[in-house]
Design a protein around this ligand. Structure first.
Ligand code: ADP
Ligand code: ADP
Length: 227
């Protein structure tokens, strides 16, 4: 589903990603971990074209990310992305946040989008919060809205960039549970996280990054039993 080959990325003279290669197969959950600053977030943002890279190739379901002809909005609608900082529109309700891209990118009618949004909000446990604005929601609820927003686009894969790092400890589980359910339903997922319990329960493979390189790519069983 996602094929990353020999990707290099620099900021100025700082070499951030060095020869990164990895694949994520259909239905697989891959957790990316490693020290802060090792390039995890940059790698994940390269996959949906948020960050341009200068060497190597990334394809998502056969579509090249780096080709000048790539339709980036189309690509991004096929890959859901969830950020550490939620990135919701503060002046819009939960429902409006979830419907917006469906209307503007997928060209769904407002009625169609809202119906879909309601269904997905219920699925992430927020059926009664559709009319709340982000400031009226807890961090855990806001992050579930942003997961719902991505899911409403019917993505083929989901990328998560430290989805629980900005949350108070008591809210982490409600977000991880939604993610775990998604994984069980067979969603292809790439997740940057420090939550090793989640990795142990849910990941099929764990990538370990260090200074811009993928230094380990191991099936979960091996990763967690290594000395
Ligand atoms: P991680 O997610 O593993 O913490 P990042 O991918 O966020 O790492 O960052 C890797 C390195 O790239 C860091 O040194 C960071 O400061 C640098 N970096 C990230 N984004 C930018 C940017 N837009 N401009 C310059 N340097 C950046
Ligand atoms: P997140 O973890 O939510 O992806 P970050 O806190 O890593 O966000 O980065 C926020 C923004 O700042 C990103 O657009 C990133 O590319 C940019 N950034 C990160 N590190 C640097 C840096 N050293 N210099 C310039 N921009 C940076």
């Amino acid at each position: 589903m996602i094929v990353i080959e020999d990707v290099h990325k620099s900021y100025g003279n700082q070499h951030i990603l060095r020869a990164c290669s990895a694949t994520v197969s259909l239905g697989e959950v891959v957790v990316v971990c490693g020290p802060s600053g090792s390039g995890k977030s940059t790698l994940i943002k390269c996959i949906n074209g948020l960050v341009p890279f200068e060497r190597g190739t990334i394809t998502v379901d056969g579509v090249s990310v780096s080709s000048p002809k790539t339709d980036l909005p189309a690509l991004r609608s096929r890959i859901g992305m969830v950020f550490q900082s939620f990135e919701l529109y503060p002046h819009m309700t939960a429902l409006q946040n979830v419907s917006l891209a469906q209307i503007h990118v997928l060209k769904r009618s407002r009625a169609e989008a809202d119906a879909r949004s309601e269904k997905i909000l219920a699925r992430v446990g927020l059926g009664d919060k559709r009319d709340s604005r982000p400031s009226q929601l807890s961090g855990g609820q806001q992050q579930r809205v942003s997961i719902a927003r991505a899911l409403a686009m019917d993505p083929q894969a989901m990328l998560f960039d430290e989805p629980t790092s900005a949350l108070d400890p008591e809210m982490i589980n409600e977000v991880l549970e939604v993610m775990q359910e998604l994984a069980l339903e067979g969603m292809t997922m790439m997740v940057v996280t420090h939550e090793m319990g989640f990795a142990q329960r849910v990941a099929d493979r764990v990538l370990f990054m260090d200074r811009g390189q993928i230094v380990e790519d191991t099936p979960k069983a091996q990763f967690f039993t290594a000395p």
